[in-house]
Design a protein around this ligand. Structure first.
Ligand SMILES: [Zn+2]
Length: 216
Protein backbone atom coordinates (compact mmCIF):
# COMPACT_ATOMS: atom_id res chain seq x y z
CA UNK A 1 0.00 0.00 0.00
CA UNK A 2 1.05 3.53 -0.72
CA UNK A 3 -0.16 6.56 1.21
CA UNK A 4 0.52 9.91 -0.42
CA UNK A 5 -0.09 13.05 1.60
CA UNK A 6 -0.05 16.59 0.32
CA UNK A 7 2.38 18.75 2.27
CA UNK A 8 0.10 21.57 3.38
CA UNK A 9 -1.96 19.16 5.45
CA UNK A 10 0.99 18.81 7.77
CA UNK A 11 0.51 22.46 8.60
CA UNK A 12 -3.26 22.73 8.75
CA UNK A 13 -4.29 19.43 10.27
CA UNK A 14 -3.33 18.63 13.83
CA UNK A 15 -0.48 16.17 13.53
CA UNK A 16 -1.85 14.35 16.55
CA UNK A 17 -4.39 12.79 14.23
CA UNK A 18 -1.88 11.72 11.62
CA UNK A 19 0.73 10.27 13.95
CA UNK A 20 -1.42 7.28 14.92
CA UNK A 21 -1.72 6.34 11.24
CA UNK A 22 2.00 6.81 10.69
CA UNK A 23 2.77 4.58 13.66
CA UNK A 24 0.39 1.91 12.38
CA UNK A 25 2.13 1.91 9.01
CA UNK A 26 5.47 1.41 10.68
CA UNK A 27 4.21 -1.14 13.16
CA UNK A 28 2.02 -4.06 12.26
CA UNK A 29 1.60 -2.85 8.72
CA UNK A 30 5.15 -2.03 7.84
CA UNK A 31 4.40 -2.99 4.25
CA UNK A 32 2.78 0.41 3.89
CA UNK A 33 4.89 3.22 2.45
CA UNK A 34 4.21 6.84 3.31
CA UNK A 35 5.18 9.56 0.87
CA UNK A 36 4.68 13.29 0.84
CA UNK A 37 3.87 14.84 -2.51
CA UNK A 38 3.91 18.58 -2.01
CA UNK A 39 4.04 21.72 -4.10
CA UNK A 40 5.38 23.57 -1.05
CA UNK A 41 9.13 23.17 -0.70
CA UNK A 42 11.82 21.01 0.86
CA UNK A 43 12.66 23.51 3.62
CA UNK A 44 9.05 23.88 4.73
CA UNK A 45 8.34 20.13 4.78
CA UNK A 46 11.62 19.21 6.46
CA UNK A 47 11.16 21.85 9.17
CA UNK A 48 7.67 20.62 10.11
CA UNK A 49 8.65 16.95 10.09
CA UNK A 50 11.73 17.56 12.21
CA UNK A 51 9.81 19.73 14.69
CA UNK A 52 7.48 16.81 15.32
CA UNK A 53 10.10 14.07 14.99
CA UNK A 54 8.23 12.55 12.04
CA UNK A 55 10.97 12.49 9.44
CA UNK A 56 11.69 8.78 9.84
CA UNK A 57 8.16 7.74 8.97
CA UNK A 58 8.44 8.68 5.32
CA UNK A 59 9.81 6.63 2.47
CA UNK A 60 10.08 9.65 0.22
CA UNK A 61 9.41 13.38 0.21
CA UNK A 62 8.70 14.76 -3.23
CA UNK A 63 8.59 18.54 -3.38
CA UNK A 64 10.31 21.61 -4.82
CA UNK A 65 14.01 21.50 -3.86
CA UNK A 66 15.55 24.32 -1.84
CA UNK A 67 19.03 25.65 -1.23
CA UNK A 68 20.57 28.58 0.61
CA UNK A 69 22.64 30.98 -1.48
CA UNK A 70 25.82 32.83 -0.46
CA UNK A 71 23.74 35.67 0.99
CA UNK A 72 21.82 33.30 3.21
CA UNK A 73 18.62 33.53 1.18
CA UNK A 74 16.42 30.53 0.60
CA UNK A 75 16.14 29.53 -3.05
CA UNK A 76 13.25 27.38 -4.23
CA UNK A 77 13.68 25.44 -7.47
CA UNK A 78 10.62 24.14 -9.33
CA UNK A 79 10.27 20.35 -9.24
CA UNK A 80 9.45 20.32 -12.95
CA UNK A 81 11.61 22.67 -14.95
CA UNK A 82 8.97 24.42 -17.03
CA UNK A 83 11.57 25.87 -19.41
CA UNK A 84 13.77 22.86 -20.12
CA UNK A 85 11.23 20.06 -19.78
CA UNK A 86 7.62 21.22 -19.32
CA UNK A 87 5.35 18.47 -18.05
CA UNK A 88 2.56 19.40 -20.47
CA UNK A 89 -0.32 18.71 -18.07
CA UNK A 90 -3.06 21.30 -18.41
CA UNK A 91 -4.56 20.49 -15.00
CA UNK A 92 -1.47 21.29 -12.97
CA UNK A 93 0.69 24.36 -12.28
CA UNK A 94 3.82 24.58 -14.40
CA UNK A 95 6.22 23.73 -11.57
CA UNK A 96 4.68 20.42 -10.57
CA UNK A 97 2.35 17.78 -12.00
CA UNK A 98 1.43 15.56 -9.07
CA UNK A 99 -0.32 13.17 -11.43
CA UNK A 100 2.95 12.35 -13.19
CA UNK A 101 4.60 11.87 -9.82
CA UNK A 102 1.84 9.53 -8.66
CA UNK A 103 2.12 7.44 -11.82
CA UNK A 104 5.83 7.00 -11.14
CA UNK A 105 5.15 6.02 -7.52
CA UNK A 106 2.47 3.53 -8.50
CA UNK A 107 4.62 1.90 -11.18
CA UNK A 108 7.38 1.38 -8.61
CA UNK A 109 4.92 0.14 -5.99
CA UNK A 110 3.33 -2.43 -8.28
CA UNK A 111 6.75 -3.93 -8.93
CA UNK A 112 6.98 -4.42 -5.17
CA UNK A 113 3.52 -5.93 -4.78
CA UNK A 114 1.86 -2.82 -3.40
CA UNK A 115 -1.32 -2.38 -5.36
CA UNK A 116 -3.40 0.00 -3.26
CA UNK A 117 -2.90 3.74 -3.01
CA UNK A 118 -4.52 6.14 -0.58
CA UNK A 119 -4.20 9.76 -1.63
CA UNK A 120 -4.94 12.48 0.93
CA UNK A 121 -5.22 16.04 -0.31
CA UNK A 122 -7.05 19.31 -0.34
CA UNK A 123 -5.72 21.62 -3.08
CA UNK A 124 -6.56 21.99 -6.75
CA UNK A 125 -3.18 20.46 -7.62
CA UNK A 126 -4.35 17.20 -6.05
CA UNK A 127 -7.10 16.74 -8.66
CA UNK A 128 -4.80 15.48 -11.42
CA UNK A 129 -3.38 12.61 -9.30
CA UNK A 130 -6.89 11.78 -8.11
CA UNK A 131 -7.85 11.09 -11.72
CA UNK A 132 -4.88 8.69 -12.06
CA UNK A 133 -6.07 6.48 -9.20
CA UNK A 134 -7.70 3.15 -10.04
CA UNK A 135 -10.74 1.31 -8.71
CA UNK A 136 -8.78 -0.32 -5.88
CA UNK A 137 -7.46 3.02 -4.67
CA UNK A 138 -8.85 5.62 -2.30
CA UNK A 139 -8.81 9.40 -2.40
CA UNK A 140 -9.46 11.43 0.74
CA UNK A 141 -10.34 15.06 -0.10
CA UNK A 142 -10.82 17.63 2.62
CA UNK A 143 -14.45 18.71 2.52
CA UNK A 144 -15.20 22.08 0.89
CA UNK A 145 -11.61 22.56 -0.22
CA UNK A 146 -10.59 22.82 -3.92
CA UNK A 147 -9.93 19.09 -4.44
CA UNK A 148 -13.30 18.13 -2.94
CA UNK A 149 -15.06 20.79 -5.04
CA UNK A 150 -13.47 19.61 -8.27
CA UNK A 151 -14.33 15.98 -7.58
CA UNK A 152 -17.92 16.95 -6.81
CA UNK A 153 -18.32 18.75 -10.11
CA UNK A 154 -18.17 15.39 -11.89
CA UNK A 155 -17.71 12.44 -9.52
CA UNK A 156 -17.92 9.91 -12.35
CA UNK A 157 -14.44 10.96 -13.54
CA UNK A 158 -12.82 9.54 -10.41
CA UNK A 159 -12.39 5.75 -10.37
CA UNK A 160 -11.09 5.55 -6.79
CA UNK A 161 -13.39 5.43 -3.78
CA UNK A 162 -13.80 8.90 -2.30
CA UNK A 163 -13.78 9.46 1.46
CA UNK A 164 -14.36 13.06 2.38
CA UNK A 165 -13.37 14.44 5.78
CA UNK A 166 -13.74 17.73 7.60
CA UNK A 167 -11.36 17.57 10.53
CA UNK A 168 -8.39 15.67 11.87
CA UNK A 169 -10.54 13.25 13.83
CA UNK A 170 -12.49 12.15 10.76
CA UNK A 171 -9.30 11.89 8.75
CA UNK A 172 -7.71 9.69 11.40
CA UNK A 173 -10.72 7.39 11.75
CA UNK A 174 -11.10 6.76 8.04
CA UNK A 175 -7.39 6.41 7.37
CA UNK A 176 -6.89 3.93 10.20
CA UNK A 177 -9.76 1.82 8.89
CA UNK A 178 -8.43 1.84 5.36
CA UNK A 179 -4.94 0.83 6.48
CA UNK A 180 -6.19 -1.92 8.76
CA UNK A 181 -8.74 -3.32 6.33
CA UNK A 182 -6.36 -3.41 3.41
CA UNK A 183 -3.87 -5.36 5.49
CA UNK A 184 -6.13 -8.37 6.01
CA UNK A 185 -4.89 -11.22 3.82
CA UNK A 186 -4.18 -8.78 1.05
CA UNK A 187 -7.90 -8.39 0.44
CA UNK A 188 -9.56 -5.18 -0.47
CA UNK A 189 -11.71 -3.80 2.26
CA UNK A 190 -15.25 -3.56 0.98
CA UNK A 191 -17.22 -0.69 2.31
CA UNK A 192 -20.96 -0.75 2.56
CA UNK A 193 -22.82 1.98 0.80
CA UNK A 194 -24.42 3.89 3.62
CA UNK A 195 -27.07 5.66 1.62
CA UNK A 196 -29.07 5.48 -1.56
CA UNK A 197 -26.34 7.18 -3.54
CA UNK A 198 -25.07 4.33 -5.66
CA UNK A 199 -24.24 6.35 -8.74
CA UNK A 200 -21.81 8.73 -7.12
CA UNK A 201 -18.66 7.55 -5.46
CA UNK A 202 -18.59 10.63 -3.28
CA UNK A 203 -19.91 9.51 0.08
CA UNK A 204 -19.72 10.92 3.52
CA UNK A 205 -18.35 8.14 5.70
CA UNK A 206 -18.41 9.01 9.36
CA UNK A 207 -16.72 6.43 11.55
CA UNK A 208 -19.94 4.82 12.64
CA UNK A 209 -20.88 3.88 9.08
CA UNK A 210 -17.63 2.26 8.08
CA UNK A 211 -17.91 -1.49 7.99
CA UNK A 212 -15.55 -2.97 10.52
CA UNK A 213 -13.02 -4.96 8.59
CA UNK A 214 -12.87 -7.83 11.08
CA UNK A 215 -16.43 -8.65 10.22
CA UNK A 216 -15.72 -9.22 6.55
ZN1 LIG B 1 -1.06 17.04 -13.84
Amino acid sequence: MEIAITGWLLKWVSLTYLISSFQLCHGTHSWCDLRIVSDANQFFIKTILEQHQLFGFFTEIITNPTSVDDDGRLRIVPYHDFKLSPHGCTLCPSHMCKGMILERIQAFSRQNGKNITIYIGDGGGDYCPSLKLGENDHVMPRKKFPLWERIHRNPSLVKATVHEWSNGEELETTLLHLITCSAIDGNQCVYTSTGSDTTSKVHSRPASTIKVCQSL
